[in-house]
Write a protein that binds this ligand. Structure first.
Ligand code: 26Q
Length: 817
């Protein structure tokens, strides 16, 4: 491949310019005078892709050679974000591309802005998978990402009359230049039917699965280029297709329509991403999606093993598969099935390989978010995997009984099947039993995981439990999205920070330097001006970049407590109306995030924020003091503008409920101060930044647990706090909904009667903490020093560190670099 490089793959601006022009003609069939901006985007994207392919082919070739272990990251979501800018950064050709496009009369930023967001994920978990792919490639670790190639990603969020409205995400409409479809890499996946036992030619007992239906999975690949290295890994997503031969019988009886209908059903499998960040139990199609991509991925691994000339016994030496939550946990049963039924191994050997090959990451402790499937649905779709799960369970519970004779309550607690109501399969138990390593995603979360959800398992196998605190990629979330700050960092600590984020510690020496502080502020101000423009064009609201930008962007969820933030804004509004002379610094509150379409309370919270925004922003008395913005359709693309422009990061979930959070880390890297609870990775962010550089408030996880156990009475907090009571009354009165008093009632009643996430219990402390924020902000030297120290001490939260830990502790895989 290198031979081709000189001619078509030069990294300088002249060869880029030449290839963009050539691609404009040969791929877009356009000439410059009539080319649309999107044509230019495509021409540049293809030129960049060409430059990735050389490295990609060589990387794949090197993995096919013997003696490398390959980490396979199995995830139902990969929220990869726009590709062009990131690939330019990682190839180190952003400046050359800019020059080339300028010579062609095009502005690189305008061209990049045209890329559609590949929204193949809901939020944190999907974005984490994408950050990990970036780090795996950057650390030159052999890895493949496996997932689903959704035709429609997460919905686009529009705001109409203050309400969220979902629009379909047609991200592929104009084509996807980053995808390479491989029709020859395809596998068949069974669904439904029944099983049949038989004795094979050698007299061995075997099970055959007589499927009612089969679907074909076709590989759709995206290159994942590491930062300034030769490694380019693969993200392999499966697209479902109809199996032609399965329709044959229908054709013979002349049922052409029935056959085509079957084809449509097969193709719906990878049609759309489920837009919930919590399982919607009982959705048959969702279970089918999960089994579909897991089966294709494991079959692909078996084929690669064969290609490498390795025997099946070596499967777990060549591959380790990380399960991103329980979504791919059916891999435990499917790998067993492939090893037993397809490869003819004995149970003991198959089980040993399965356990050694799999590892499971848990991302939630919330009981309502733990995935379970009812037996009838499961049996109807996956009869053979179910038989295998029964056998795994039988053997596992025997082991439990041996360790704890007579302890039948422990046996039923640990069973893979929940028999307490209608019988259901517990996917977290399946993933745990089938894995050699289980990890949580932040120190606090891993501790709570061992003490609560998986307590019995941690007691049985303490050595299998780990913590790997999440991380995010500094390439996308600092170098790419904050070029102004990146330049200052280069000049101050040297360019090495991008691949070794701990070098940012070198900034500490400049934290009190007045001239440096001034440059730091100038960069932040420029970013805020840019965000103000985006806010204006997206919402029509004019915000003043000199105000404190107080930002909460994340999925809308009661446990994340956007309503706590909203309550505080209402209280501020009332205070400012009563006391116009109050010496409060001007603030601009920005919210962003999607609500699951069926989550009524989350949608109501969005309506409330928009209602407050309408009243506050149109009140002349609030001019220059308070602004409220709901930024529609928060996604990776808009995140690029948001994190670098923030002053304050809201991380205010109920302690013990947010597994980690990763937005908190993206803010920190960009010099944003956190107001937060001791939850998820906030705990470690505060440890790293220093307690004096973090605005802490709220109950601790143990307090929350105790309060809920002993009986929590939210109404007591309302009685005790006039400001809070008045804020709730104002909301209930319809003041923020043009006088309609019924709409927000459920929200207010929910808070005053139940308040499942203790917003009212934390309210007073939150308000007091916000006063400390205001005081710190009023002293720019103090604030800027804290901001610099946050960036300086964010090194731990690079996904490079996280991936090294997975490599060392879980995969037995070291960086090649
Ligand atoms: C499951 C079954 C059926 C349908 C949907 C789902 C589903 C889909 C997505 C369940 C959960 C999710 C997403 C979860 C998620 O994003 N969790 C977040 O993961 C981050 C990365 O570890 C953490 O930082 C966050 O704390 C956690 O909430």
């Amino acid at each position: 491949p290198r031979a081709a490089e000189a001619s078509r793959h030069g990294l300088d601006s002249e060869s880029l310019q030449r290839d963009v022009l050539e691609n404009l003609v040969s791929l877009q069939a356009r000439y410059p005078a009539i080319a649309t901006p999107h044509d230019w985007y495509m021409a540049l994207a293809y030129s960049v892709r060409d430059r990735l392919l050389v490295r990609w082919v060589e990387t794949v070739q090197s993995y096919a050679a013997r003696d490398v272990r390959i980490a396979c990251y199995l995830s139902a979501e990969f929220l990869i974000g726009p590709q062009l800018g990131n690939n330019l950064v990682n190839l180190g050709i952003e400046a050359d591309a800019r020059e080339a496009m300028l010579a062609l009369g095009q502005d690189l930023d305008a061209v990049m802005a045209l890329e559609e967001e590949p929204g193949l994920g809901n939020g944190g978990l999907g974005r984490l998978a994408a950050c990990y792919l970036d780090s795996l490639a950057t650390l030159e670790m052999p890895a493949i990402g496996y997932g689903i190639r959704y035709e429609f990603g997460i919905f686009r969020q529009a705001i109409r009359d203050g309400w969220q409205v979902e629009e379909t995400d047609k991200w592929l409409q104009k084509g996807n230049p980053w995808e390479i479809v491989r029709p020859e890499v395809a596998y068949y996946v069974n669904f439904g039917g029944h099983t049949h036992s038989e004795t094979d030619a050698e007299g061995r007992f075997r099970v055959r699965w007589i499927a009612a239906n089969q679907v074909k999975g076709v590989a759709c690949d995206t290159p994942v280029q590491g930062y300034r290295v030769e490694t380019c890994n693969t993200l392999r997503l499966w697209r479902s297709e109809a199996v032609e031969s399965f329709d044959l019988a229908d054709f013979n009886v002349g049922d052409y329509y029935g056959a085509v209908e079957q084809k449509v059903v097969s193709e719906t499998l990878s049609k759309v991403l489920y837009p919930n960040d919590e399982p919607e139990m009982g959705k048959r199609l969702r279970l089918a999606q999960q089994y579909f991509f897991v089966s294709c991925s494991l079959q692909d691994m078996l084929r690669l093993l064969q290609q490498k000339g390795e025997p099946i016994e070596r499967f777990a030496d060549v591959f380790v598969a990380q399960l991103n939550d329980t979504h791919p946990s059916i891999a435990v049963a499917e790998l067993m099935r492939l090893l037993l039924d397809e490869c003819g191994l004995q149970w003991g050997q198959a089980w040993d390989i399965t356990q050694r090959a799999l590892a499971y990451t848990n991302h939630t402790l919330l009981p309502e978010a733990l995935e379970t499937w009812g037996l009838p649905l499961f049996r109807g779709l996956l009869p053979r995997p179910l038989e295998i799960i029964y056998e795994i369970n039988r053997r596992f519970l025997d082991e439990v009984r041996q360790r704890h004779p007579g302890d039948e309550s422990r046996v039923s607690r640990m069973s893979l099947i929940d028999e307490s109501g209608d019988r259901r399969i517990r996917m977290a138990h399946l993933a745990t039993v089938g894995s050699h390593a289980i990890n949580g995603v932040a120190a606090l979360h891993s501790t709570l995981l061992r003490e609560t959800v998986l307590r019995d398992f941690a007691e049985l196998w303490p050595e299998r439990f780990h913590n790997v605190t999440n991380g995010v990629t500094p390439r996308r979330f600092l170098a790419l999205c904050n070029p102004g700050l990146a330049r200052l960092l280069d000049q101050t600590v040297g360019e090495g920070w991008i691949a070794d984020l701990t070098r940012l510690r070198g900034l500490e020496a400049h934290a009190d330097d007045e001239a440096f502080q001034q440059r730091w502020r100038a960069i932040k101000n420029a970013n805020k001006e840019a965000l103000a423009k985006h806010i204006h064009s997206a919402t029509g609201v004019a915000v003043d970049p000199r105000a404190l930008f107080d930002i909460q962007v994340k999925r809308i969820h009661e446990y994340k407590r956007q309503h706590l933030n909203a309550l505080y804004i209402v209280a501020l509004y009332q205070r400012l109306r009563r006391e116009p002379q109050l010496a409060l610094a001007p603030r601009c509150f920005v919210f962003g995030g999607k609500a699951a379409p069926g989550y009524a309370m989350a949608k109501l919270i969005i309506r409330l924020i928009n209602g407050i925004a309408e009243v506050v922003n149109n009140d002349p008395a609030m001019e220059g003091r308070l602004k409220v913005v709901f930024f529609p359709n928060f996604n990776v693309k808009s995140a690029h503008h948001i994190y670098p422009a923030a002053d304050l990061s809201e991380q205010i979930s109920t302690a013990g409920k947010e597994a980690s959070g990763t937005g908190n880390m993206k803010f920190m890297m960009n010099g944003v101060l956190t107001i937060g609870t001791l939850d998820g990775a906030n705990v470690e962010i505060r440890e790293e930044a220093g307690a004096e550089n973090f605005f802490l408030f709220g109950l601790h996880a143990q307090d929350v647990e105790r309060l809920q156990r002993e009986g929590y009475r939210p109404a007591d907090h309302v009685t005790a706090n006039d400001e809070l009571r008045e804020a709730l009354e104002l909301i209930a009165s319809g003041h923020f909904l043009r006088g309609q008093s019924d709409v927000f009632r459920p929200l207010v009643e929910n808070l005053t009667q139940w308040d499942h996430f203790l917003a009212l219990a934390d309210y007073a402390d939150y308000v007091a903490c916000q006063a400390r924020v205001d005081a710190a902000w009023q002293d720019p030297a103090t604030w800027t020093r804290m901001s610099i120290l946050n960036t300086a001490r964010s090194g731990k939260f690079s996904s490079d560190r996280a991936i090294r830990e997975y490599g060392d502790r879980i995969w037995g895989l070291a960086p090649m670099k």
